[in-house]
Design a protein around this ligand. Structure first.
Ligand code: G3P
Ligand code: CA
Length: 354
């Protein structure tokens, strides 16, 4: 390429926003291992994250909750009844409680009533034993990991593989934890600082279904933030009447002031009958990345047109579902089956240009 041609191309890129935007959108979509390779190992265990990394995931996703002594650990919710052996542990029987969390009553055992040392004596178990029977053979084997251990795992794996393995933590129930004197945001930023990841180009995103804690994080850290959205309802911190309102053009513009992207429920991007909404285009129009959740192979979770057979635990055509979303232009996606996500993404990127 001659110097003059190169200069002309650079000028065209600068002068034509559409060109620059197209380049960003066509970059490789990221595969986020949802709770690790949670289709094949009990979720949120180092074993699940390790398998996800071996399967080629770009990011591993820990949902974060807080212990009594202010440590961040990976669990999908602070109620650990369904994902650990706590209910069978006699020494913790009197810790059973009923609590109101985000407006809903929960009865069980909660991370905020355990020190990290106590939590470490528990062992993880499969959340969905009826759908993922094969995973139950790992019940009782793995600890509840800390955020620090997960960051160390990602760094170690990056060094060993030569790939960059990122983390994609979600702050769970941030308003609730603040209300009981265990605010999460400063704890998270302190962990990132200790890891040297409190920077804009750190291999990570921080996600939340709430709004105010993302805005608070925006003031505390340059790490990229993702606004999660559910298909129904609205944020627990009541900043908006609904996620649907947040997904409008005005809503997305407001999100772009504090976040780098959105993590919508997949039905907000492609409906069950395969219709593509305007959400990806609208979000890209205001510079937001789009990372929908959650792609699961079991018939139980797939739209009827993609199921194979009638066994809810049988696997349907998740690859076709993912391809549809990649066609729609998503920038990444959360999946319980990272190997299949990577395979579908790579197949899609090799397809002939239309
Ligand atoms: O964080 C994306 C997705 O994981 C949100 O749903 O309930 O699986 O944390 P959940
Ligand atoms: Ca999550």
């Amino acid at each position: 390429m001659t110097g003059m041609l190169r200069a002309a191309l650079v000028l065209a890129m600068i002068a034509t926003p559409a060109l620059a935007k197209e380049a960003a959108i066509s970059s490789k979509p990221i595969i986020i291992a949802h709770r690790g390779a949670s289709g094949e190992r009990p979720e949120h265990t180092l074993a699940a994250y390790t398998l996800a990394i071996e399967q080629g995931a770009d990011f591993i996703e820990p949902d974060l909750v807080v212990t009594k002594d202010g440590q961040l650990v990976a669990r999908h919710e602070n109620d650990i009844t369904g994902t650990t052996d706590v209910s069978s542990r006699k020494e913790f029987a009197e810790r059973k409680r009923t609590k109101l969390i985000d407006g809903m009553s929960h009865t069980g055992w909660f991370t905020e009533d355990f020190t990290l040392a106590e939590l470490k004596t528990l062992r993880a178990k499969e959340r969905l034993p009826l759908l993922r029977r094969g995973n139950t053979k790992y019940d009782g084997q793995f600890e509840v990991p800390t955020l620090r251990e997960i960051i160390a795992l990602a760094k170690d794996a990056s060094a060993k593989t030569g790939r960059t393995i990122g983390i994609y933590p979600e702050t769970k129930h941030p308003s609730y934890f603040a209300s009981i004197g265990l605010p999460m945001e400063a704890l998270l930023v302190a962990e990132l600082k200790a890891a040297g990841w409190d920077r804009a180009d750190a291999p990570m995103f921080i996600q939340s279904f709430e709004v105010n804690n993302l805005k608070a994080l925006k003031q505390l850290t340059p790490v990229k933030l993702i606004q999660l959205m559910a298909a129904e309802g609205g944020p627990a911190d009541k900043t908006h009447p609904s996620y649907a309102a947040m997904a409008t053009a005005d809503g997305l513009k407001a999100i772009a002031a504090y976040a780098a992207g959105i993590g919508p429920h997949k039905d907000m991007v492609v409906t069950g009958d395969g219709t593509v909404s305007s959400l990806v285009a609208d979000a890209h129009g205001v510079g937001l990345k789009v990372h929908p959740w959650t792609f699961r192979a079991e018939n139980y979770f797939l739209p009827s047109r993609l199921r194979k057979g009638i066994n809810p635990a049988g696997h349907g055509d998740m690859a076709a579902e993912i391809a549809r979303f990649l066609d729609a232009g998503v920038d990444g996606l959360f999946t319980d089956y990272p190997y299949a996500g990577v395979e579908a993404r790579d197949r899609h990127s090799r397809r002939p240009a239309e």
